[in-house]
Design a protein around this ligand. Structure first.
Ligand code: NAD
Ligand code: LMR
Ligand code: MN
Length: 625
């Protein structure tokens, strides 16, 4: 039980209300005891307006008293149903949907009707439904966005309307503030948004440019924030920046709903994104900005520009780097190896690939005391044109440059196809004899039998992480990787896979190395700390805390990382590590969190984090004029 610790109880609330205001003059958050779900939400909506407001609607769950107060009796069938009963009905309806895409559409429409029920249904069946809502189901939903469209969710910032951008964002703020939720909002109306998840949809998962349909990746990531870290869904703004599309199929589709122009590039694009960031900082000054699925060059440029100035991160680069290093550290525990002894091949040197390299490189520097130059030598990065080598010069992207190998290194290699004047994956495997092979190439089945068997010739426990999403783009099926290595490979994938029966009996549980195991907690920690930036040390704290939760540490045959359906428990631990690091680095500005981390409070950090997490339950409603 969390005891109330702040002194100024808000007078406007009933005496029993467990809400305590922050001390004056500090930027601390409201502390809510574990009775937070009893705090009423105030609204002036009644009748069908209330039923049509998903964040307040309870449908058949409205009590008799609420039906009387809010004028609902004539709008609802008589019987009052519990949330459990409603969730059962919704689940039965979902099961009748024959395909993943129809299940996804059903969930989207439920989210549009009754927010609590949507999250409750998902929470009750998380393992089963994650693949529908998130990867891989989200990929199909993005591709089919304009055809399946019913009602918009999220925020659409379209270039042709750029002059009205500020007003459009302010309209979203007003929309949130219209339902003052005193359990989560401070009095400052600008404090209504904790998190902005933004994509420009140029590189959605591994399926490329998806134009306005990219909103579904922002809304799916947002839902995972709520399910995975209890971030209040009404305090997250999912955004698509519609800057046109270079996807010909979308152009040809008469039902396409985005801006039908080729993608904006150059100065106008930069100004547009900068203006978006500036507006967000002004209108939602406390919000973390999560960048998702931007094209590689833009992803790195904007991350470099803002990461030391504002609380932002790029999930594909930094979130993916963090989850992969955590998985790798767990795998090395199983194989009894040191990070500093690894030879690492990254196949697909894009946003995710180079983000992974950067995070492992940071690990080599911090954990093994290597210099940057020494650390870089542990990597061989292979892209479309083969192994990255120094003579590629200006053809190398900025983020790839430190990792290019000297040309002299491959001069004596016997290449499979010497006429191509480049070393490809098989050449690298034969000559480097890597211990770790990571796939972020979107190249389906690129780790074929020859590649995997060749790798396994030289290494006792090959570590193979085919990270590409969705499932169909995975570089190797875990079942194959295990069969070709006599069950010795340590495998983890980006998309979910079923456990694999092993040749010698037993099964291998395939860890899902998906950034969803990290980003919800990373942001939750940063939100609670109100950290000025999301620093490398906060990311490293997330890595270590996640790696320590690896089931494989206790049982070498178990999954390398906790199951994604456990993400809510994982997030408490990881967010605590992130908060502690933010405080240790003087990066935190929230006085309550600072006090708790420093032990100057009678709640533990973990208890406090749990108390701040939003639960899918019906809260009381209070009618106001
Ligand atoms: N598991 C996770 O958490 C996670 C996170 C982010 C991205 N991903 C996945 O990683 C993949 C890449 O995403 P990204 O954002 O880095 O995209 P990206 O476009 O930035 O990078 C892909 C890179 O792969 C290269 N490539 C393409 N075909 C190749 C081939 N045949 N051989 C070698 N290289 C090839 C491209 O040139 C590019 O550099 C996607 O499938 C994405 O879903 C997974
Ligand atoms: O969305 C995911 O499942 C992970 C990642 O961000 C990706 O782009 O593949
Ligand atoms: Mn992504």
């Amino acid at each position: 039980m969390i005891r109330p610790t702040c002194r100024n109880v808000r007078t406007a609330l009933p005496k029993t209300c467990p809400v305590h205001a922050p001390r004056r003059g500090l930027t601390s958050r409201t502390i809510i005891t574990d009775n937070k779900n009893l705090v009423p939400i105030r609204t002036n909506l009644r009748g069908s307006s209330l039923l049509n407001t998903p964040r307040l609607n309870k449908g058949a769950g409205f009590t008799r008293e609420e039906r009387a107060v809010f004028g609902l009796e004539g709008f609802l069938p008589y019987d009052v149903h519990s949330l459990e009963k409603q969730a059962l009905r919704a689940y039965n309806q979902l099961l009748k949907q024959p395909t993943v895409i129809l299940k996804h559409a059903f969930l989207a429409s439920l989210r549009d009707q009754n927010q609590v029920l949507f999250y409750r249904l998902l929470q009750d069946h998380l393992k089963e439904l994650l693949g529908v809502l998130y990867t891989p189901g989200a990929a199909e939903a993005v591709e089919n966005y304009s055809n399946l469209f019913r009602r918009p969710i999220g925020c659409f910032i379209s270039y042709p309307n750029h002059e009205g951008m500020r007003a459009q964002l302010e309209a979203h703020l007003q929309d949130v503030n219209r339902t003052a939720d005193v359990a989560y909002h401070s009095k400052d109306s600008k404090d209504a948004i904790d998190l902005v998840v933004v994509t420009d949809a140029e590189a959605i998962l591994g399926i490329g440019d998806q134009g306005v349909g990219g909103i579904t990746i922002s809304t799916s990531k947002a839902a995972l924030y709520t399910l995975g870290a209890g971030i209040n869904p009404n305090r997250i703004l999912p955004v698509v920046l519609d800057v046109g599309t270079d996807n010909h199929a979308l152009f040809a589709d008469p039902l396409y709903m985005g801006w039908k122009r080729t993608r904006l590039r150059g100065k106008n694009y930069d100004n547009f994104v900068d203006k978006f960031i500036a507006n967000c900082r002004d209108i939602f000054p406390n919000a973390i900005i999560h960048f998702e699925d931007f094209g590689m060059t833009n992803a790195y440029r904007f991350m470099e520009k803002y990461k030391d100035k504002i609380p932002m991160f790029n999930d594909d680069i930094q979130g993916t780097g963090a989850v992969t290093l955590a998985g790798l550290l767990a795998a090395l525990k199983v194989s009894n190896q040191k990070l500093g002894d690894q030879r690492i091949v990254i196949y697909g040197a894009g946003s995710a690939g180079m983000g992974i390299a950067n995070q492992i490189r940071d690990g080599l520097e911090i954990l093994d005391g290597k210099t940057r130059q020494e650390a870089n030598k542990h990597f061989w990065c292979v892209d479309r044109n083969g192994l990255l080598v120094e003579s590629m010069g200006n053809n190398l992207r900025h983020s790839q440059q430190g990792y290019a190998r000297p040309d002299a290194e491959i001069a004596n290699w016997e290449l499979e196809n010497p006429e191509q004047h480049a070393a490809y994956l098989m050449d690298v495997i034969k000559n480097v004899k890597p211990t770790v092979l990571i796939g972020t190439s979107t190249s389906r089945r690129a780790f074929n039998e020859d590649i995997v068997r060749e790798m396994a010739k030289y290494v006792e426990r090959p570590i193979i992480f085919p990270m590409s999403n969705p499932t169909a783009l995975c570089e190797v099926d875990p079942e194959d990787a295990l069969a070709w290595t006599d069950g010795k490979a340590l495998v983890a994938t980006g998309s979910p896979f079923a456990p694999v029966p092993l040749p010698n009996g037993g099964t291998y549980t395939v860890a899902q190395t998906n950034n969803a195991l990290v980003y919800p907690a990373l942001s939750l920690g940063a939100i609670l700390a109100r950290s000025k930036t999301i620093s490398p040390s906060m990311l490293m704290a997330a890595v270590h805390s996640l790696a320590q939760l690896s089931p494989a540490l206790k049982d070498p045959g178990a999954s390398l990382l906790p199951d994604l359906s456990e993400v809510r428990n994982v997030s408490v631990v990881v967010a605590a590590a992130v908060c502690r690091q933010a405080v240790a680095d003087n990066n935190a500005t929230d006085q309550t969190t600072i006090d708790i981390v420093n032990g100057n409070h009678d709640v533990s950090l973990e208890e406090y984090i749990k108390s701040q997490m939003w639960d899918p339950v019906y809260r009381p409603l209070e009618l106001v004029d």
